[in-house]
Ligand binder design. Structure first.
Ligand code: PLP
Length: 313
């Protein structure tokens, strides 16, 4: 909100990723403030490989001449080409906002390309792969710093949350340690192993797999909804969320996908072997989705696994 309000006026045009293709509500969705204040044009992924179509994006940028382009996603399992996004934005004179909320931890340790050289603004949450407190962070060029600061305060916030600022400092200190790099690397290895496990069990993944910490499983292809999968897996003690998939045919309240990520299980010390076991457990629950007794049997295995990998403190 601070970035938008610092450099845009109500009614300005933004080119952003569609929520149902992996984008975020704050990237111009109609239900969100961002979709009410600004004129929104959406880009998305290609139908055949479900990856961002940069050529289509460039063509849309030339056609619509947006004041800002945003890049960054909540449900996109592939590497994002920030360099290409920077070129597209510069060609049409648009600001580029890279919202790396999900992948900030991967970017911090260098296992996902950084947007820093290519974007005018980089925003992130501190509570996803960065593994800090619930909060946010804005990075910008010096020339925009004053506008950003005054848009945050007095523009959109009151007093600072000092306790969260302290927790962010702890988060950044942790992110500077060699163990944090090892953690991020294991997240990505675990996601690859979990993706392999789901494929071995016959599931189709959006885009065919993952390069990062998350994946989208197309459960619609098995004639069940994301919502029913989420509810059944909750009974088994496995937390996932229903999620729309690109070119979704169901309502977002039902959805054809579930979204799986590995940051939390990796924090507990789980590795590739445990990912294979988790994939089998998920598959077992989903095979007989209305069978609560079967889900509770799986829950016992979940409890054995989590007891072997207790939360660190
Ligand atoms: C999670 C996320 C945000 C922030 O959402 P919160 O509700 O504060 O967690 C912003 N942008 C993207 C792309 C996100 O994934």
């Amino acid at each position: 909100m601070a970035v938008y309000f610092a450099v845009l006026r109500p009614g300005d045009k933004m080119l952003t990723m569609d929520l149902s293709h992996g984008g975020h509500l704050t990237h111009g969705n109609k239900a969100n403030f961002s979709g009410k204040f600004f004129e929104i044009v959406h880009y998305g992924v290609r139908k055949d490989d479900e990856r961002i179509d940069y050529d289509q994006l460039a063509a849309m940028a030339r056609e619509h001449k947006p004041k800002m382009i945003t890049v960054g996603a909540s449900a996109y399992p592939r590497i994002i080409d920030f360099k290409r996004m920077g070129e597209i934005a510069r060609e049409v004179g648009a600001y580029l906002l890279a919202d790396i909320a999900h992948i900030a931890g991967l970017v911090a340790v260098g296992i996902h390309p950084s947007p820093m050289a290519h974007a005018d603004f980089v925003t992130t949450t501190t509570h996803k792969t960065l593994r800090g407190p619930r909060g946010g962070l804005i990075l910008c060029r010096e020339k925009n710093a004053k506008e950003i600061d005054s848009t945050v305060f007095p523009g959109i916030q009151g007093g600072p949350l000092e306790h969260v600022i302290a927790a962010k400092a702890v988060c950044f200190q942790e992110a500077l340690q060699p163990s944090f790099k090892a953690y991020q690397e294991q997240i990505v290895k675990n996601a690859a192993a979990l993706a392999d496990g789901m494929k071995r069990n016959g599931y189709r993944l959006v885009s065919g797999g993952t390069d990062n910490h998350l994946m989208l499983v197309d459960v619609g292809a098995k004639n069940v909804t994301g919502k029913d999968c989420q509810i059944a897996l909750d009974e088994a003690g496995i937390t996932v969320n229903k999620n729309t998939i690109p070119f979704e045919t169901r309502s977002p309240f039902q959805a054809s996908g579930i979204r799986l990520g590995t940051p939390a299980v990796t924090t507990r010390g789980m590795k590739e072997a445990e990912m294979a076991a988790i994939a089998d457990m998920i598959s077992e629950v989903l095979l007989d989705i209305k069978n609560v007794d079967a889900a509770h049997k799986v829950r016992e295995r979940v409890r054995e696994l989590t007891a072997r990998f207790p939360l660190p403190y």
